[in-house]
Design a protein around this ligand. Structure first.
Ligand code: NAD
Length: 262
C-alpha cells in the first residue's frame, strides 16, 4: 500500500518546524516513517499535528556538529536504525558582495552547507552499519544557475549540489543514495514570507517571483511546500532505488534559461 511505503523507516528532517521541512516531515510520517525533526526554532502550532503523526521534535542548530550528532544519534537509538536524512535547514542571504560581512558569510555557509555536510557525516555512520539509506539535500534553483542578487546563497547551494554528487559517488558502495531537490519560489514558507515582508511592495515582489518561473507564471501561483515534499518522498522511497547524485528542479522551469518573449 502506497501509504505505508516508508513503514519501519526512521527519518531525520532538519529545519522541519516550518515550510518545506515541515511539509516533508508530515508527508514522510503519513507514509509510515518514524520522523525526528531538528530545528533551532520549534513552533507551538506544530505540536498537535506532530503528536498525531508521532513526529518527535527537538532543538538543533545545524551550524553545530554536536547538535547534529545528538539529533541523528538520538533518532538512530530511539528508532533502532537510520534510513533517511533530509538536510533541509537553510537561510537566505539577499546581499551584494560589497554588503556581505564575515558574519553573514558564516551564517549562510554554515547553515546551508556545513550543516548538510556534518549531518551527512553522522547519518552515513549509521547507514553504513544498517546496510544503506537515503540522504536528500534541499538545495535551490540558485544551486543550478547562480543569481545576481544573492551571491553567498547561490554559492552555498551550488556547493550543496556538488556535495550531493560527491557523496553519491563515495557511498553508492554502501547502498547510500544521495540526491537533492532544487526548488524555485516556494510560497507559505518562513523564507519567502520574510523576503516579502522586507519588500517595499510585497504584492509586486510576489508577482515578480511568480513571473520569473515559467510554470508558476502559467499557473499564476508559487510552488507549494507540499509539491517539494512529494519529490523528497520519491527520492527517499524504494521507487528511487537506482537514483543517486541527481538534482530535481522543482522550480517551474526557472533554471532552464530565458523564456520566449510574450
Ligand atoms: P523556512 O524558513 O520556512 O524553513 C527553514 C527552516 O530551517 C526553519 O524552520 C528554520 O527555523 C530552520 N533553520 C534555519 N536555520 C537553522 C539552523 N541553524 N539550525 C536548525 N534549523 C534552522 O523556509 P523554507 O523555504 O521552507 O526553507 C527550507 C529550505 O528550502 C532551505 O534550505 C531553503 O534554502 C530552501 N529553498 C527555499 C525556497 C523558497 O522559495 N522558500 C526556494 C529554494 C530553496
Amino acid at each position: 500500500m502506497i501509504e505505508l511505503m516508508l513503514k519501519n523507516r526512521v527519518a531525520v528532517v532538519t529545519g522541519g518546524a516550518n515550510g518545506i521541512g515541515r511539509a516533508t516531515a508530515v508527508l514522510l510520517a503519513r507514509h509510515g516513517a518514524r520522523v525526528f525533526v531538528g530545528d533551532f526554532k520549534l513552533l507551538p502550532e506544530n505540536a498537535e499535528t506532530f503528536r498525531q503523526l508521532g513526529i518527535h521534535e527537538q532543538k538543533c542548530d545545524v551550524r553545530k556538529e554536536s547538535d547534529l550528532q545528538q539529533l541523528i544519534d538520538g533518532a538512530a537509538q530511539a528508532g533502532g536504525r537510520l534510513d533517511i536524512l533530509v538536510n533541509n535547514a537553510g537561510i537566505g542571504m539577499v546581499k551584494q558582495i560589497t554588503e556581505v560581512t564575515e558574519a553573514d558569510w558564516d551564517a549562510c555557509i554554515d547553515t546551508n552547507l556545513k550543516g548538510a555536510f556534518f549531518g551527512a557525516k553522522h547519518a552515513v555512520r549509521h547507514m553504513q552499519r544498517g546496510g544503506g539509506g537515503a540522504i536528500v539535500n534541499t538545495a535551490s534553483n540558485a544551486g543550478l544557475l547562480p543569481r545576481a542578487h544573492d551571491p553567498v546563497y547561490s554559492i552555498s547551494k551550488m556547493a550543496l549540489v556538488g556535495l550531493t554528487k560527491s557523496l553519491a559517488l563515495c557511498h553508492a558502495r554502501d547502498r547510500i543514495r544521495v540526491n537533492c531537490v532544487c526548488p524555485g519560489p516556494v510560497g507559505d514558507t518562513g523564507m519567502m514570507n520574510a523576503d516579502l515582508a522586507k519588500a517595499a511592495d510585497p504584492e509586486a515582489t510576489k508577482n515578480s517571483f511568480i513571473a520569473a518561473s515559467p510554470l508558476a507564471k502559467a499557473f499564476r501561483r508559487m510552488i507549494t511546500p507540499e509539491e517539494v515534499a512529494e519529490s523528497i518522498l520519491y527520492l527517499v522511497s524504494d521507487a528511487a532505488a537506482m537514483v543517486t547524485g541527481t538534482s530535481i528542479a522543482i522550480d517551474g522551469g526557472k533554471s532552464l534559461g530565458v523564456p520566449p518573449a510574450e
